[in-house]
Structures are given as structure tokens and as C-alpha cells.
Design a protein around this ligand. Structure first.
Ligand code: HXC
Length: 510
């Protein structure tokens, strides 16, 4: 009996060694942790329960029958993050380069099936050379099995991908389907075809970092939602994100203890809006001053900075924030910001996370670049996302809300529950100067008359009261009372019930 027990421990020790000391040292020398070290950092201490430790592949081509390491290049199982259940897979680059075989894929599929069934998020730590070349089509089939589960899990449980090494070829499409992708700077990359293929086909010379590194995907392509300095920081930030999210689409977002006053007034907000209507100010200041303990988890911080997206807590409950940023492109909506915010709004709605929208938007960005790039369809994504969302929606217009962008940004007409405006709000079809130049075209040569008309338009329309008279704005509120008003609004909406008409699925303009 003792022998058998010892043998189990021996086999387990072999499995835990992965690809062996040399490959572990090579992994460390690249600044990367091993698959198991990553799991240890991600999960609460001692909470990891492993599945399929002894699974080995069944490939007999290319001499593979002589090389059948335990675990087959991926560590899978479940554990907890601050006491809440999550499923995890962590690819082990020290074993056959973390390459995906049929059995490797089956291990991932097993925990995904359990996660969907039991209603807990899946976190994938990706570090892999892609499809196991020796297995051919079996490996491709394995990938497709994972993709299918990613799709079925979408909107049911949160799925988070952390790219911590290579992720190339079709392998990128599993992370691409998940809700959030995070990368590690300088040690991870994602691309459909690598630099060598690019050179052969297009004659472009590009490095892996330029083509698919963390900077590229967080700043230019928007494939990734965030980039971190190293493995340790990335895993700590994923833990922080998990704390904001519900476990599944029928669970409520977590409510955590908070140490902030719900009725806290902030008089500095009364002077946040500059005297000049065209002067910028930092909308993040408002977000931080509104939220419990000033804690804000920003998503896609480096991309389309003219809109801000992320999570805060109000009275301990998670709220998704979408806010125009007057510091960048004057806060205009454009293709990138519409896409970024639409995807965020849809995530929040899928997981019953209420949405707070802070509005200072002069309109959609004009120009051929935008029109030829399809701003009509991309802008419609955000409009669609807000209009279909049934979660509690609270909107605060701080300054400009012009034209179509007024409608789009969670207006009353898109089923906004509470639509507040600061006294500094300007809600109109367009800015006073542009409006005057169109309405009073005949006076264009007379600067004095134009100035009078502009002043007249500003007085009549550049305020929140015309909209408030019609009930499009529920109340004009003092800036310093915003946190209190917004917290009370969301509290009153905790029992909100709203459903859309039955449909197989919608046809959002993709
Ligand atoms: C089998 C692989 C492998 C793979 C790496 N290895 N990738 N084994 N299948 N796909 C093995 C290597 O042979 C090596 O084994 C060990 O892993 C470590 O790899 P190195 O090359 O030494 O590491 P490094 O120098 O860091 O380079 C990493 C790498 C490179 C850039 C990822 O290994 C690489 O280019 N691999 C092939 C990538 C690829 O073409 N994959 C297929 C993509 S197509 P030993 O025993 O020597 O240590 C694809 C389609 C998916 O994935 C489609 C889904 C729809």
C-alpha cells in the first residue's frame, strides 16, 4: 500500500516538473514564470484543484510515442480568487512548447464545460507554439473544439485570456472570442501570420513585437484590453478584475464592503468645467471622485482615449463607466471610440452590470477618414449597444451633448433610467457657431450680426433647461452632489425588470 502511495507522489512530482529543470531555467531566463508558478500567483493560496494531471497524448507519428509527458503541455483545474470560484488553464511552454494536441485541447474543453455548467469564469493563461505540428489535423480539430466552447460560453460566464508568450496562427482566435485579453510587455505576442510569412507574402519587414506585441495590440489594433510589465503584475491585475465581475450571467455582480460615504459631496466638482466651452478638462477626475475610494479599473486605457471605459464600485456594487474624454479629440465620437465603448456596454449588459455614462461630446468626428472608414456602421454599434441594454442606466451630462452623439450616449430616448445634467450642460443639435452659420447664412459677411446671432443661440439652447422642460433630462443637479445622486439612482434601480422582445439573436451592425 505504501508503495502505491509513494508511486502516486513520484508520478505527481514528475508531472509537476513539466519539461524539466533546463527548460524551466530557459523559461525563467526569458522573464517568464512557469505554468504552475502562474497558477499559484493567480489563485488563492492552496485553492487549486488540478484535473488530468496524468493525461498524455496518443500520437505515434514522428516518434512521438517515445515522448509522452504527463499533462501534455497544459495545467488545468479550478480554484478561487478572493474566495470566488474560477476555472483556469495554464499552458506549459516547457512541455513541447505548450503546443496544442488533441488531448491538450480536450483538457481545456473539460474545464470549459465544467465552467459553463457550474457558472464560473474561465481564465486562460496562454503560452504556446500553436498547433502541435506532429499531430496535424487532430490538433486543428482540438482548437475548433475550444473555439466552439468559447462561443457557447460567451455571455454566459466571463472569459479572460492572458497572453504570456507566443500566440500565433489560428491560436489567436480563442483569446479573440473571450471577453478580455491582457498581454505581458516584451514577452508576449499575437499574430495570425508571423514576420517570416509577412516578409514572403507582402515583402514587409517587421519584428514580432511590431507586428503583434503588447504595445501594438493595446495602442493600435485594440485586440488587447491591457498590457502589464511582467507576469506577476498581469496576474495580480486579473485578480483585481475578477473582483469586479459576476461569476455568470444569472449571478449579481459582487457587492464588497466599502469605506466611503455614499452621500459624500465634492465641491471641487463645481469648478471642474472650465469657463471656456472649448477648453478641455480631465473626465477621469470626475470618475475617480465619484467612485468608492477612488478605485477605477480601466479597460483599453491606451486605445481610443477620447472615450473612457472601465469598472468602479458605488456602494460596494460594480458599475461599468463609459465617459467621453474632452482632453482627446475634444471627446468626439469616432470609429475607434464607438467600437471600444459598444463592446464594453455589451459586456456590461450581458453580465447585468449597471452602466453609468458621463457625457461631454461635441458630436461625431467629421472627415473623409471617418466616413470612408465606415463611421456610420461603427457609430451605430454604440447606438445599438445602448439601445438594447436592459441593465440600469444612469447618465450625467456635464457639458456638451450635441447632435446624434447626444442620442447615442445613453439618452432618455434609448431607455436611460436616470438622465441628469449639470447646470453647465449644453444640449443642442450643434454648437452655437455652426448653427448660426447655417441658419443665418445671409449675414455671414457681417461679423457683428453673426456674433449677436451666436450669442442668441447660446442663450436659448446651450443649456440643460430646454431638454429638462421636455423631461428628456430628469433633473439638473449640482456637480458637487453627483456621487450622492448617482448612488441613489442606482440603488433605486436594484429591482429593475426590463426585457426585450423575443428573438433568436439581434443583428448588430458588425
Ligand atoms: C510541436 C513545438 C511547437 C509546435 C514549439 N515546439 N512549437 N512542438 N509543435 N507547434 C517545441 C519546439 O520544437 C521545442 O522543442 C520547444 O517546443 C521549444 O520551442 P523553441 O523553438 O526552442 O522555443 P523558442 O525559440 O522560444 O521559439 C518559440 C516559437 C517556435 C517561436 C513558438 O517554437 C515556433 O516557431 N514554433 C512553431 C510555431 C508554429 O508554426 N506553430 C504552428 C502554427 S499554426 P525542443 O524539444 O527542441 O525543446 C497553428 C494553427 C492553429 O497554430 C490553427 C487553429 C485553427
Amino acid at each position: 500500500m505504501t508503495d502505491i502511495l509513494q508511486e502516486l507522489e513520484l508520478r505527481r512530482a514528475i508531472a509537476h516538473k513539466g519539461g524539466g529543470d533546463d527548460r524551466i531555467a530557459a523559461q525563467h531566463s526569458k522573464g517568464k514564470l512557469t505554468a504552475r508558478e502562474r497558477i499559484d500567483l493567480l489563485l488563492d493560496e492552496g485553492s487549486f484543484e488540478e484535473f488530468d494531471t496524468f493525461v498524455a497524448h496518443r500520437c505515434t507519428d514522428f516518434g512521438m510515442e517515445k515522448q509522452r509527458p504527463y499533462g501534455d503541455g497544459v495545467v488545468t483545474g479550478w480554484g478561487t480568487v478572493n474566495g470566488r470560484q474560477v476555472y483556469v488553464f495554464s499552458q506549459d511552454f516547457t512541455v513541447l512548447g505548450g503546443s496544442v494536441s488533441a488531448t491538450h485541447a480536450a483538457k481545456i474543453c473539460k474545464i470549459m464545460d465544467m465552467a459553463i455548467q457550474n457558472g464560473a469564469p474561465v481564465i486562460g493563461l496562454n503560452d504556446s507554439g500553436g498547433a502541435r505540428i506532429q499531430e496535424g489535423v487532430d490538433a486543428l480539430a482540438g482548437y475548433a473544439e475550444i473555439f466552439q466552447r468559447n462561443i457557447m460560453a460567451s455571455g454566459v460566464i466571463p472569459q479572460i485570456s492572458v497572453v504570456m508568450g507566443p500566440c500565433a496562427g489560428g491560436a489567436v482566435y480563442s483569446p479573440a472570442i473571450t471577453d478580455f485579453i491582457f498581454m505581458v510587455k516584451d514577452s508576449s505576442y499575437m499574430f495570425v501570420t508571423g514576420p517570416d510569412v509577412v516578409k514572403t507574402v507582402t515583402n514587409e519587414v517587421v519584428t514580432a513585437e511590431e507586428l503583434g506585441g503588447a504595445s501594438t495590440h493595446t495602442k493600435k489594433s485594440s485586440v488587447a484590453d491591457g498590457a502589464f510589465e511582467n507576469d506577476v503584475e498581469a496576474l495580480a491585475e486579473v485578480r483585481r478584475l475578477i473582483d469586479f465581475l459576476p461569476l455568470n450571467n444569472v449571478a449579481k455582480p459582487p457587492v464588497r464592503p466599502f469605506f466611503d460615504d455614499v452621500g459624500r459631496l465634492d465641491h471641487s466638482l463645481d469648478t471642474l468645467i472650465p469657463d471656456s466651452s472649448n477648453a478641455p478638462y480631465d473626465m477621469k477626475e470626475l470618475i475617480l471622485k465619484l467612485s468608492d475610494e477612488g478605485d477605477f479599473y480601466e479597460i483599453q486605457e491606451e486605445f481610443a482615449k477620447n472615450i473612457i471605459t472601465g469598472f468602479v464600485r458605488l456602494e460596494g456594487s460594480t458599475v461599468g463607466v463609459v465617459a467621453n474624454q474632452p482632453m482627446v479629440l475634444a471627446g468626439c465620437l469616432d470609429i475607434d471610440s464607438s467600437r471600444k465603448a459598444a463592446r464594453f456596454v455589451r459586456f456590461c449588459d450581458a453580465f447585468e452590470i449597471p452602466i453609468l455614462t458621463l457625457v461631454d461630446v461635441p458630436g461625431f468626428l467629421p472627415g473623409t477618414g471617418q466616413e470612408l472608414g465606415g463611421v456610420i456602421k461603427h457609430g451605430a454599434k454604440l447606438l445599438f449597444a445602448y439601445g438594447e441594454a436592459t441593465v440600469p442606466k444612469v447618465t450625467v451630462i456635464t457639458r456638451k451633448a450635441y447632435g446624434g452623439a447626444y442620442d447615442v450616449m445613453a439618452s432618455k430616448h434609448l431607455r436611460g433610467d436616470f438622465n441628469y445634467a449639470w447646470p453647465t450642460a449644453e444640449i443642442a443639435v450643434m454648437g452655437a457657431k455652426g448653427a448660426t452659420e447655417i441658419i443665418h447664412r445671409a449675414d455671414l459677411g457681417n461679423a457683428e450680426k453673426i456674433a449677436t446671432h451666436t450669442q442668441d443661440y447660446e442663450t436659448r439652447f446651450a443649456n440643460p433647461f430646454v431638454a429638462a422642460e421636455r423631461g428628456f433630462i430628469d433633473e439638473v443637479i449640482m456637480p458637487h452632489s453627483t456621487r450622492k445622486r448617482v448612488c441613489r439612482a442606482f440603488a433605486s434601480l436594484r429591482g429593475k425588470r426590463l426585457t426585450n422582445p423575443w428573438k433568436k439573436h439581434d443583428n448588430i451592425p458588425l
